[in-house]
Design a protein. Structure first.
Length: 162
């Protein structure tokens, strides 16, 4: 296994990115705050985002198999099984040769029409936030350009799509 850092042109907010998941069995969206440091910020305290603040990213995943959301947080990242491979907080990473994908293949192997190659398009991604970690096995993802600039507005927009 190996961890690859992904840079998508923004930085995840290190204070309170407030990751939000909207999903049904066909689509999944991950919405979170990106770093939006104003010129007057002196670094002395963390700014807590609210649902009306601007500066969000919306990630849409293509064909997902499974996802996990929750612990560990940034203070207990060294307890994550992939930490020793270079897992970093406040970042997006891809796991190559993922054990999780191998487990999904094994689990599905009892299906009468199972073929290992059905899983060859899947990738294991990790979005590591301040208080939570989001992991997903999906065929890929895209960053959506939204007309909405606030978390509240984006949640309402995606809710209409689902």
């Amino acid at each position: 296994m190996k961890i690859e850092q992904i840079k998508d042109g923004f930085d995840i907010d290190v204070g309170a990115p407030m990751p939000t998941i909207l999903s049904n069995e066909h689509h999944i969206y991950l919405i979170f705050y990106v770093s939006n440091i104003g010129p007057s910020w002196d670094g002395s305290k963390v700014y807590m985002q609210t649902e009306n603040d601007e500066g969000i990213a919306t990630v849409k995943f293509e064909r997902f198999a499974q996802f996990k959301f929750g612990d560990p947080n940034d203070e207990s990242i060294n307890g994550h099984p992939l930490y020793k491979l270079g897992l970093q907080p406040y970042s997006i990473q891809k796991v190559t040769e993922s054990e999780w994908i191998k487990e999904l293949v094994k689990m599905n192997s009892v299906h009468p029409y199972h073929k290992d190659e059905q899983f060859s398009k899947y990738k294991h991604y990790i979005f590591f936030f301040h208080d939570t970690c989001f992991e997903i096995v999906a065929e890929g993802y895209s960053i959506e350009q939204s007309p909405e600039s606030t978390m509240k507005g984006e949640i309402q927009r995606i809710g209409k799509l689902l």
